[in-house]
Structure formats: C-alpha cells, structure tokens
Design a protein around this ligand. Structure first.
Ligand code: HEM
Length: 500
C-alpha cells in the first residue's frame, strides 16, 4: 500500500533520480577506495570519459599529460587507476605478485576453443597451464627453425621496394609494413602467405576489418561489462562498417581454419609454427585440440601483425627524421657488409651482432610502444599500497608503456627525444629493465621472439640496400591508438645503394 502510494506520487521519480545521482557522486568522490586519487572529474564518475578518449584515439598522449598534471596516480575511470611510477610497474607485473587481468580483455577473445586463449584468459591457473604447453614453440631457437619462411615474405616485399625505387615512387610504410607483417604471420602460422604483398592489396578486406573490429572491442572493453551485450545489439544494425568488418572477419576465420585443416590432412615437414602447434595438439589432446591450434594461429594475426609493423615504422620514421642516427646505423651496417658478416637475406644471428641496430630498435619501441593503454590488473588479496595509496583487493590498477617510457627518472632528461645513443650510457641496463613494450611478468608477450626476428632481419637489409628518406620531410606521421597504435602517412622514397 505504502509502496503503491509512493510510486503513484509524481514527485517520486525526479526525487529518486536526484538522490541516486547524489548518492553515486558521494560514493565515488568520498567513499570509494579510489576516492582521493586525482584525475579528471568526469573520469571519477563515469566510464564514458574513458570511452570518449578511446574514440579520440589519443588516450596514451592524454594519460601522459594527466600524469604530468596530477602525479604518479591518475584515476582514469570510477574504478581504475593509471600508475606512472616505474617501481610500481615492477610491483604490479612481477611474476607471482598475484595481480590478475581484468574483464577488459575478454572482448578481444577469438572464442574458437572451449579452453580459451592465452591473451584474454583471466584464470591465472588455466593461463599458466596453457602457456606451459606452448611456450617452447615460441623460443628463439624454435622460431629460427622457420627463419626461411620469414625470408620468403621478405624477398617478396623487397621486390616491391625495388620496383618503387626504380620508378622513384613513394611507398606508404604504414600500410605496406602491416601487409608484410601479416604475410609473415601467414607463412609461420598458416603455412603460406596470405598474399597481401604479392597482390599489393588488402585481400578480402581483412586488414580493414581488424582496424574496425579491434577498436570496437576496446570500446566495449572500457565500458561496464553489463553494458556490452546491449551496445552490441544497438551497434550492429546501426553500423554498416561494423557489419562489413564482421563479415570480413568471419571470412578470415574460415580461411584460417581451411589453411590449418589442409595441413592436418596433409602433414608437412615444414618446421613452421603451425607444424609445432599441431605437434602440441597431438601430444596434449584433449587439453589442446584442433580448436586450440585455430586459436593460437588466429591470435598471432591479431597480436602479432599491427604490433610488429608499428615497431618497424617507428624505427624507420624516427631514423628518417634524425639523419645523424641514420648515418650511424648505416655506417655500422656497411662496415659489417664490407667485412663479409652479412648474407643476402640477413640472418637474425648476424643482425643481433650489430649493437647500433639493437639500440635503434629499442629506442623506436621506447618512443612508440605498439600497445598504448594501461594493461589493467586486479589488486590481489590483502590489497596493496601503490605510491602511498592503499587499494583494497579487486581494485583495478595498470601501467601504460607510453607513459612509463617517457619517465625522466629512468630514461633521462632527454626522454622525449628519439636518441639511440642513450642505450650506450652507463645506466642502459637499468633503463632496459623498465622497457615495457612487451609487458612484463607471467603475461609478457609470448610472440616477442617472432616479432624481434622479423624486425632484426628487415631493418638492416632495408638500410643496407636503400637510402630511405621521407617523401616530404616536413610532414609528420599520423598516429592513433585505441589499444594497438597505428601510424599512417609514413611515406618514404628509396634510392638504391651498393656497398662495395
Ligand atoms: C612488436 C611486436 C609485439 C608487441 C609490441 C607485443 C606486445 C605485447 C604485450 C604488451 C603483451 C601483454 C599485454 C598485457 O599484459 O595486457 C603481449 C601479449 C601477447 N602477445 Fe604480443 N606483441 C608483439 C608481437 C606478438 C606476436 C608476433 C605474437 C604472436 C605470434 C604475439 C602474441 C601475444 C600473445 C599470445 C600474448 C598474450 C600472452 C599471455 O598472456 O600469455 N605478440 N604482447
């Protein structure tokens, strides 16, 4: 009776709304365990603030700016904090520290296997079990057994570069390096190139689909879990782009499965990653079955193509803008060439003996890490004090490599500058221990050796064979990041070099 009277009162609803908003406001600003952590006002009240920055594709630059303004802790959502303190990175991501991945990750799950996948698995025990099954195939010696497959894609790509050089045409490295990295993943994980380089186009619209689907997954990921299905239902009929991307994506999934299935029916002596995944399946089934082979190969496309392309773009772009460092790299490569230390398709084992090359690669990934949001983690049982603030169990905290890599306390007063020479300073080993481009701890990148093999082999060959310059040195690249960063407008011209 009382409730009925209350509900029929016309003032009830406006008053209830005002009280709820005031209660939410009071809770978030005063009672929440995150209260007192500084940051943008709206970020403390709603996750739509974060969504807005994802749409603007500048969360990494924005977070860096916020840390300059507010200090080592910044509240980037009602229930999430970005941490810039280098010591906190080691605390949060230490192996066995007990911090676990949050519900940010599952929107990126391939959902192909009942056992899940390594990247988005939230259950640490399941993750450890799976990672143990497959980690050996990602060791550098294992990746190197398939080095010639990387060379296949490289040979195809250099043919195109040579044509551009001969015609004096510029090449947009943003797009081409993505096609190249995608084709290498094809060679290693699917037994053949997808054919982007050969056909010189985004066959099937796969790359375009990744560019639409991934930001969509991240928009969902930064919102509350309960909102995600609703947004999916609303967005699907509204966005023709998304529908088209999902179709391309399904086609890519079907194509990938077909490649894997063909190999199962026709075992091969090819020592590529696909053969090794199939061997794990034969040894570990039913815990690792055919759907897990699909999953790992498919994950490699997502986790390992744009990311690797970004690392190569960053090195090339920054070298072109800083000719003094390019000259040092070229001198090192030329000297090695003259001494007969480099083969035609430069071997990884040869490339890692070039210290300036190593410094360039590291510096490129420092100033432009490929993944540029915080890697969010739950605080473990018992809570944790981070930068003087106590966070109870379950709170979300994370470090963004783009923020960490510019900390002057670690990388020096010139942290803003691209300067490979820094890696020859006495504190280089200390700086190295804070490099976070591949993450850290138990969830560190499993594909790091695949990426490093590609990058180390490609860059010295490029700079040995061509003088590479920006087509328009006054033009800056366009760099956008909604989780994985992407650069466009890296237009370069090649002039043939012959090192005697
Ligand atoms: C330069 C290239 C790459 C960069 C910068 C990179 C970066 C990262 C980072 C930062 C993480 C950890 C993310 C987190 O903690 O939230 C990660 C995880 C992962 N990466 Fe990479 N990645 C690269 C290439 C690759 C490649 C080539 C592959 C596959 C062939 C790959 C597969 C994975 C997988 C499966 C995980 C999840 C690992 C786990 O949780 O056990 N990545 N990567």
């Amino acid at each position: 009776m009382f409730v009925a009277t209350l509900l029929s009162n016309p003032l009830f609803y406006p008053i209830a709304i005002v009280l709820s908003v005031a209660g939410w406001f009071y809770y978030q600003r005063v009672l929440s365990p995150y209260a007192g952590v500084p940051g943008p006002f709206w970020a403390s009240l709603t996750r739509f603030w974060y969504l807005n920055r994802i749409n603007a594709q500048d969360m990494h630059r924005y977070t860096k700016m916020l840390h300059k303004q507010y200090g080592p802790l910044v509240r980037i959502a009602p229930n999430e904090v970005s941490v810039s303190d280098p010591a906190a990175m080691k605390q949060i991501y230490a192996v066995n520290a007990g911090y676990t991945k949050t519900d940010f990750y599952p929107t990126q799950a391939p959902n192909l296997s009942p056992h899940g996948d390594s990247f988005t698995q939230l259950d640490e025990k399941k993750h450890t079990y799976r990672r143990r099954m497959i980690s050996h195939i990602f060791s550098m010696s294992s990746v190197m057994e398939g080095e010639k497959f990387i060379d296949n894609a490289t040979a195809a790509y250099f043919q195109v570069i040579e044509e551009h050089a001969q015609k004096g045409e510029k090449m947009e490295m943003g797009h081409w390096l993505h096609m190249y990295a995608f084709d290498i993943i094809g060679e290693l994980f699917f037994g053949r190139m997808f054919g982007f380089i050969k056909e010189r186009r985004d066959i099937g619209g796969y790359m375009g689909a990744v560019d639409v689907i991934l930001p969509h997954a991240i928009r969902l990921a930064v919102l509350y879990e309960w909102m995600r299905p609703i947004i999916n239902v609303v967005m699907y009929p509204l966005s023709a782009n998304l529908r088209q991307a999902i179709r391309c994506f399904e086609a890519l999934g079907a194509e990938s499965k077909r490649y894997v299935d063909e190999r199962i029916g026709k075992p091969s002596a090819r020592p590529d990653m696909l053969s090794k995944l199939i061997k794990v399946m034969e040894e570990k089934s039913p815990d690792f079955d055919i759907t897990d082979v699909y999953t790992e190969a498919y994950t490699a496309i997502f986790a390992g193509s744009e990311t690797t392309a970004t690392a190569m773009r960053s090195a090339i772009y920054h070298l072109c803008r800083n000719p003094q460092y390019k000259a040092k790299l070229v001198a090192e490569i030329d000297a090695a060439q003259r001494e007969g230390k480099l083969s035609e398709m430069i071997a990884y084992g040869e490339a890692i003996k070039l210290p300036y090359l190593a410094a360039v690669i590291k510096e490129g990934m420092r100033v432009q890490p490929s993944i540029v949001l915080t890697f969010p983690r739950h605080v473990p049982a018992g809570g944790a004090t981070i930068c003087g603030h106590f966070f109870p169990e379950g709170c979300r905290v994370g470090v963004n490599p783009y923020v960490l890599h510019y900390q002057t306390s670690i990388f020096g007063e010139d942290a803003e500058d691209f300067n490979p020479d820094r890696w020859f300073r006495p504190d280089a080993a200390n700086m190295d221990s804070y490099m976070f481009q591949f993450g850290s701890g138990s969830r560190t990148c499993i594909g790091k050796n695949v990426a490093m093999a590609e990058i180390y082999k490609f860059l010295p060959k490029l700079f040995r064979e061509y003088d590479v310059n920006l087509a328009d040195p006054t033009k800056e690249w366009k760099e956008e990041g909604a989780w994985f960063v992407k650069q466009t407008g890296v237009e370069v011209k090649f002039t043939r070099r012959n090192v005697e």
